[in-house]
Design a protein around this ligand. Structure first.
Ligand code: SAM
Length: 269
């Protein structure tokens, strides 16, 4: 480990009082940040893309793996804090002062790219949906979410947590929960539990479909998730029975491949 000041000292020196509006809940336990970097499988030769490095705890762990780290942060105070880190690992930390929602990530880092982040929860799903749209650019994504969102990402059909986000994500990626993280691990602690999830893009989507069609079908089906499919899909002019799908099922019972079949049917209709 490079000789670096404790993170609490970094926070004090750069006046990094956490801002709620930026989803700032910092990780100060370097064993935990090292565990996240290990789960991400980042190593020399990789571009690790970190969203929101904050005071740099996870950034340190990523740099320790030997990877090149591209860090995108919207809060200028954190960029100052990262400058010392850049000096400790010459030429391997590339900070970008930018809004991750607006930046073209693949253009910032050469492949192989792995996104690793303790995400700001207020924009976490928006960011994920955006990355799903360019998923071929990444080897993997290892991300901290609030546990409720993480549950949805890994949920299979038939489970309560299974929903639109499960379908849109699992269509393109294999998902696995690495571990849960208690509120107390963060400074300040968020209101909810968290989980680290890894997404690995599939070589090809689980079944053919157009994403916009899949979005339309899942919106209709899960928008009224208590209704039977024959009712919830009626406004789209879709008849599940004609595709061999039991029309009395509810959205949460339907596997991803069946949603893809519905999306293709929408295309044909
Ligand atoms: N990685 C640090 C850690 O684990 O201690 C900080 C994580 S904190 C949950 C989220 C970080 O994302 C903050 O540093 C915050 O300033 C940054 N952030 C919030 N919104 C952002 C955005 N739209 N683009 C880039 N960074 C953002």
């Amino acid at each position: 480990m490079a000789d670096l000041p404790p993170l609490r000292e970094v926070i004090a020196r750069h006046d990094l009082r956490a801002r709620k509006s930026l989803g700032q809940n910092f990780l100060l336990d370097l064993n935990l940040t090292a565990r996240i970097a290990r789960a991400a499988g980042v190593g020399p030769g990789d571009s690790a893309i970190e969203i929101g490095p904050g005071p740099g705890g996870l950034t340190r762990a990523l740099l320790e793996t030997g990877a090149m780290v591209v860090a995108v942060e919207t809060d200028a105070r954190c960029l100052d804090a990262l400058a010392d880190l850049g000096d400790a690992y010459p030429g391997r930390l590339i900070p970008h002062h930018a809004d991750a929602l607006a930046v073209d990530l693949p253009a910032l880092a050469p492949p192989p790219r792995r996104i690793v982040a303790n995400l700001p929860y207020n924009v976490a799903t928006t960011l994920l949906l955006r990355w799903l749209g360019e998923i071929d650019a990444y080897e993997s994504l290892t991300l901290m979410f609030q546990k409720e969102v993480a549950d949805r990402l890994v949920a299979g059909s038939g489970s309560k947590a299974y929903g639109r986000l499960s379908v849109l994500t699992q269509w393109l990626c294999e998902t696995r929960r690495e571990f849960n993280v208690d509120r107390a691990a963060f400074t300040p602690p968020p209101k909810v539990m968290s989980s680290v999830i890894t997404l690995v893009p599939r070589p090809a989507p689980l079944a053919p479909a157009r994403r916009d069609r899949l979005e339309t079908v899942t919106r209709a089906a899960f928008g009224q998730r208590r209704k039977m499919l024959r009712a919830s899909l009626k406004p789209l002019g879709l008849d599940p029975a004609s595709l061999g799908i039991e029309p009395t099922l509810r959205a949460e019972d339907l596997p991803v491949e069946a949603f893809c079949a519905l999306a293709r049917a929408l295309d044909d209709s």
